[in-house]
Design a protein around this ligand. Structure first.
Ligand SMILES: Cc1cc2nc3c(=O)[nH]c(=O)nc-3n(C[C@H](O)[C@H](O)[C@H](O)COP(=O)(O)OP(=O)(O)OC[C@H]3O[C@@H](n4cnc5c(N)ncnc54)[C@H](O)[C@@H]3O)c2cc1C
Length: 381
């Protein structure tokens, strides 16, 4: 089957899966605060956790455009399932694909793709967030092993992960390691009471004299920040950009349905021009966000030099408008928008997370401004 047709078929099947297996359970998953392991296995069986991996590592070989559309489809139905894709495929998977050697890929990617092992990406720390280059988690070499000590915070799927890609430092040299969970050396504590990401098994992780075999160093020593983190965040941002489209689209559909049903002052509320103004803005913002994401996807597909910048722009814009559209969807629902009977309350909470993860909106603005200052400078103007 030709490439595009094959990928379209995967998208069609993903839509059916999302409608049958994800959307009906999304509210309950969020309420219970745990994406069920059974569902993780179901998604793995369809190769969804390795959607971009090559076939020989158990993947579906989706190109960036189709992977984006696939992320939208899953994210529209269930935020926690989309978060699973972001972490397994975009953060952990793409890092190992790019920087892992053949034996690391066989050892870690294949079980991840099959859902036999769950991975997590451990960068953020209690005292180090945006300033990620300054990680305090320490490693040192002792004989043939490395020893890691330190704490990580906000690690998605950290509470259930079988292994972690851990970013740590030795005297300012930042490196990445694959660290297997071990009961004595790796301690995880689930974080509760979250605004969003409630079902993403978010945890604090502490490494106490964790002994890591030298073969678990990911990429060359010293490449942890500029290469591994840079690659992971670039892929992560692309995934979050599409998650913004997913939330905006879901919120838009919810507000349209509600506005067509709800009556006040003897007529459906969609007849009021002020409501139409909100709907018109929501349609425009959602279409604009998707167009930016598609552009970033096309550039990534052709490995264009501007792909990273367009991905950052897409992440910044879509996470911003997802918040606006989700907030407007709550507004259109009135009091009902503030309760969990309708999905807009959850979408509103989930949207905020997108402006924080994979680099906050302020960090995206700084990166985009730096790019703009370089690209649009003309000595003649
Ligand atoms: C639900 C959720 C899931 C997460 N999952 C993971 C995960 O799987 N792995 C992981 O490693 N991390 C994860 N994180 C952490 C996330 O990446 C960080 O929260 C994020 O990078 C911001 O860091 P911080 O929270 O320390 O905020 P800080 O860096 O302390 O920022 C606080 C505020 O200051 C602003 N600020 C900081 N520096 C500047 C600057 N130079 N200029 C202007 N403003 C600035 C920020 O924009 C923000 O508004 C997750 C977080 C959440 C909430």
């Amino acid at each position: 089957m030709p490439g595009d047709e094959r990928q379209q078929k995967i998208l069609q099947e993903a839509q059916e899966f999302a409608a049958a297996e994800l959307k009906p359970h999304a509210a309950e998953i969020d309420r219970k605060g745990a994406l069920p392991k059974k569902l993780i296995k179901k998604m793995a069986a369809r190769k969804y956790l390795s959607a971009t991996f090559p076939n020989n590592y158990g993947g579906l070989e989706l190109d960036p455009v189709h992977y984006g559309l696939f992320t939208e489809c899953i994210g529209k139905a269930c935020g926690a399932s989309r978060a699973l894709l972001t972490v397994q495929t975009s953060l952990v998977g793409e890092s190992i694909l790019r920087f892992g050697n053949e034996s690391q890929k066989k050892k870690w990617l294949l079980p991840l793709a099959k859902g036999k092992k769950v991975g997590a990406f451990a960068l953020t720390e209690p005292t180090v967030g945006s300033d990620a280059k300054n990680v305090q988690c320490q490693y040192r070499k002792v004989g043939d092993n490395y020893i890691i000590n330190g704490r990580k915070k906000w690690i998605s799927f950290g509470a259930i992960a079988d292994f972690f890609v851990v970013i740590c430092s030795y005297d300012g040299t930042v490196s990445a390691f694959i660290v297997e969970r071990s009961p004595k050396e790796v301690h995880t504590r689930p974080i509760r009471g979250l605004l969003g990401g409630r079902a993403s098994h978010i945890a604090e992780v502490e490494f106490q004299n964790a002994v890591i075999p030298a073969e678990n160093l990911l990429g060359p020593e010293g490449s942890g920040f500029s290469y591994v983190v840079g690659t992971a965040l670039d892929h992560g941002r692309f995934s979050i950009a599409w998650s913004g489209v997913a939330i905006a689209q879901a919120a838009l559909e919810a507000m349209v349905s509600y506005a067509r049903r709800r009556e006040q002052f003897g007529q459906k509320i969609h007849k009021f021009q002020l409501i139409q103004g909100i709907l018109g803005d929501a349609v425009t913002k959602t279409h604009a966000a998707r167009a930016l994401c598609l552009k970033a996807g096309e550039l990534r597909k052709s490995q264009h030099s501007e792909a990273v910048h367009e991905t950052t722009i897409a992440k910044y814009f879509t996470s911003k408008i997802a918040n606006e559209v989700a907030s407007d969807a709550v507004q259109v629902h009135g009091g009902e928008g503030c309760a969990d009977k309708y999905p807009v309350e959850r979408l509103f909470r989930e949207a905020k997370i997108l402006e924080i993860i994979e680099g906050t909106s302020q960090i995206q603005q700084l990166i985009i401004a730096k790019y703009g200052l370089r690209k649009y400078f003309s000595v003649k103007a």
